[in-house]
Design a protein around this ligand. Sequence first.
Ligand code: 2HG
Ligand code: ZN
Length: 461
Amino acid sequence: MTDARLASLSAALPALRLLTEPAELEHYGRDWTRRWQPAPLAIALPESVEEVQAVVRWAKANAVAVVPSGGRTGLSGGAVAAKGELVVSLERMNKVLGFDAVDRTLTVQAGIPLQLAQEAAREHGLQYPVDFAARGSCSIGGNIATNAGGIRVVRYGNTREWVAGLKLVTGSGELLEVGRALVKNSSGYDLRHLAIASEGTLGIVVEATLRLTDPPPPTNVMLLALPSFDALMQVFAAFRARLQLQAFEFLTDVALKHVLAHGAQAPFAESHPFYVVTEFASDEASEAEALAAFEQCLEQGLVSDGVISASDAQAAQLWRLREGITESLARYVPYKNDVSVRISAMPAFLAETQALLGREYPQFEVVWFGHIGDGNLHINILKPEAMAQDAFVTGCERVTKLLAQVLQAHGGSISAEHGIGLVKKPYLGCTRSEAEIAVLRGIKTVLDPAGIMNPGKLFDP
Ligand code: 2HG
Ligand code: ZN
C-alpha cells in the first residue's frame, strides 16, 4: 500500500477490509452506465455502523471524497468513482436485523439485495412491494438513495412510501436515526425524506426499517398489442377503471425485437407497433372485467390483439418481454432517458416528444418503454457500433437539452426513478428552480460540511 492516505487509513482502522487491486477498483468503481473509466483510490468494506462512521470521520479529516456503494446497478452514474474517491461498499452489511409482526416492519442493513428483503418479508407472510428487474443485484441502500420505483409503483408507490425509518451516517460521521418507524410523527422536518433520493450526497444510509404489507393477491398478466401511441393512455384509462392494476407497462416493437433477439419467445404471430404488459388482481369477476375492457378497446380500435396468462410460467414469459429489455440493450451502451410527467400531461407530452425525437434522431435507433401507468418513460438511444462513445454522447446530450425544455413546459422531471447522478446533472434545472437548488445546496452544507459525500453527483459543489 504505497499511497500515504491509504497507509493512514489502515493505521487508523487496522480491522477495516480494504481492496486496492486494479480489477477490484474497476469492478467497484463503475455502475451500469459504463460511461466513465473507474479510478477509485480504494474500496472499503465496513462490517458495522461504527466502522462506517470511523471511515467517514477519517475521510473528512483527510479531505478524501467518499462514494457510497450498493449493488451499482444505477443508470445515472451515482455510484461511479472515477476521481480517486474512496468507495464505501455496504456489501458486507447485508443482513436482516429484525422483524416486527405488530408494526409489520422489517429492519435490514442497507447492503441487503432487494430480492433478499422481499424473500424475508414473504417468510413472514407479508410483502415488501417495491420491485424491478435488478432485484437480485441492487441493494436496499441504493434503492433508498435513488427513491427507486419499478414495475409496481402504479399500485404501491415508490421506495419512499415504504421506508418507515432509517439510519444515516452523515458527512461528519454522525449517526442519525430518523423516522423511528412511527406511523404518526409530527415533530418537525422529516429527515428521512431528505435521505431518500439524496444519492449519497448527504451521507450513507446504513440501516432501514421497511414497511411491509399484505401479500399480493393472485394475479393475471395480460399482453396487449396496440396500433398507435395515441391509444396508450386511453387503454390505460379503460383498464384502470375496471381492474385493480398491479402493473401497467409499455414497450414498442423495437424494444420487443431486441428482447426476442435475446432469446425470448414471440407472443403473437404478427408484429404490432406497441405493446402493454399489465398485471391485475384476479378472481372470476376481474377476469370478466378484463375481457370486457379488452373488447371495449378492440371495438374502439385501441387494441389489435391480446393474450392472457393461463399459468405462472406463462405470466413469467410475458413479464420477460418487458423486464428483459435493459439487458437485451446493454451491448449497445445506450444513452438513457428516464423522464416523467403527470399522467394527465402524458398525451400531450408523448406527442411532442415523439415528434422531437423523430426529428432529432433520424440516424439512431430509439427504443421506448416504461411505466406508462406512472407517467414514466424510458427512452434508450442505441449507439451505432462504429460510432465513438464520446461523439455519440455529445450528439445525444444536444437532444436531451431540447427534451428538457419539453419536460419543463409540461411540468415534468428529467429523472423519474434512476436519479440525477452524473448523467442528468446538466438538466436538473428543468425540474428544480434555482431557488430550490440553492436550498438543496444549503442542506448539503449542513449534513456534509466538508463536501466529501459523493461530490459532483446531483449538482456541482
Ligand atoms: C426499467 O424500467 C428500468 O426496466 C431500466 O428502470 C430502464 O434501461 C432502462 O432505461
Ligand atoms: Zn424503470
